[in-house]
Design a binder for this molecule. Structure first.
Ligand SMILES: CC(C)(COP(=O)(O)OP(=O)(O)OC[C@H]1O[C@@H](n2cnc3c(N)ncnc32)[C@H](O)[C@@H]1OP(=O)(O)O)[C@@H](O)C(=O)NCCC(=O)NCCS
Length: 146
């Protein structure tokens, strides 16, 4: 988390983890519908792109969540949080649920690997994501960081 030095207010949050080939996570453990479906969306997207085979690696640095406080938006906070990982060469994977984050990944040179329109995302015969406003699709991105 990035904190404003003088006030102690949060500026931005970057949630990261390492992910690896063969990792198993059961989304049914998540009680909240919106979070569970979003995680399911991420899992399905990752399976579809065969991320680890594609890059010939067994591990990746995973951007799980990015957010900037309203007062600090459009000042490059997120670009800085993506750029300054504090580690060496890695493969990065990101799932973008919003139009804005998709633009960021694209501009940062991430490769778009998968595009799932919300309108056609189906679970057990139901179309889960309706009325998503200007955010029309979910995308999976990858990048070999050097
Ligand atoms: C998406 C979000 C994290 C961007 O944070 P930010 O610190 O304002 O982003 P930056 O200033 O580093 O953005 C740089 C680039 O991102 C893109 N971008 C950021 N906000 C955007 C917006 N509202 N609309 C379109 N593009 C946007 C632009 O390309 C921008 O470059 P520019 O300012 O030169 O045009 C922030 O808007 C946010 O917290 N949104 C709500 C949560 C969210 O959607 N998180 C991502 C989920 S995957």
């Amino acid at each position: 988390m990035l904190i404003e030095k003088d006030t102690g207010e949060p500026i931005g949050i970057r949630t990261n983890r390492f992910t690896w080939d063969g990792e198993v996570f059961d989304p049914t453990l998540i009680k909240q519908d919106a979070v569970r479906y979003t995680v399911l969306l991420c899992i399905r997207g990752t399976e579809r792109v065969d991320f680890f085979k594609r890059y010939g690696t067994t591990q990746a640095f995973h951007f799980f969540g990015l957010a900037t406080a309203h007062a600090h938006m459009r000042k490059g906070v997120t670009l800085d949080m993506i750029r300054n990982l504090g580690i060496g060469t890695v493969f990065a994977k990101g799932e973008a649920t919003s139009k804005c984050s998709q633009k960021i990944y694209k501009e940062f040179g991430f490769e778009e690997l998968f595009n799932q329109p919300y309108a056609t995302f189906e679970v057990d015969g139901k179309f889960i994501f309706q009325d998503t406003g200007k955010h029309k699709s979910f995308k999976v991105y990858g990048l070999k960081v050097s």
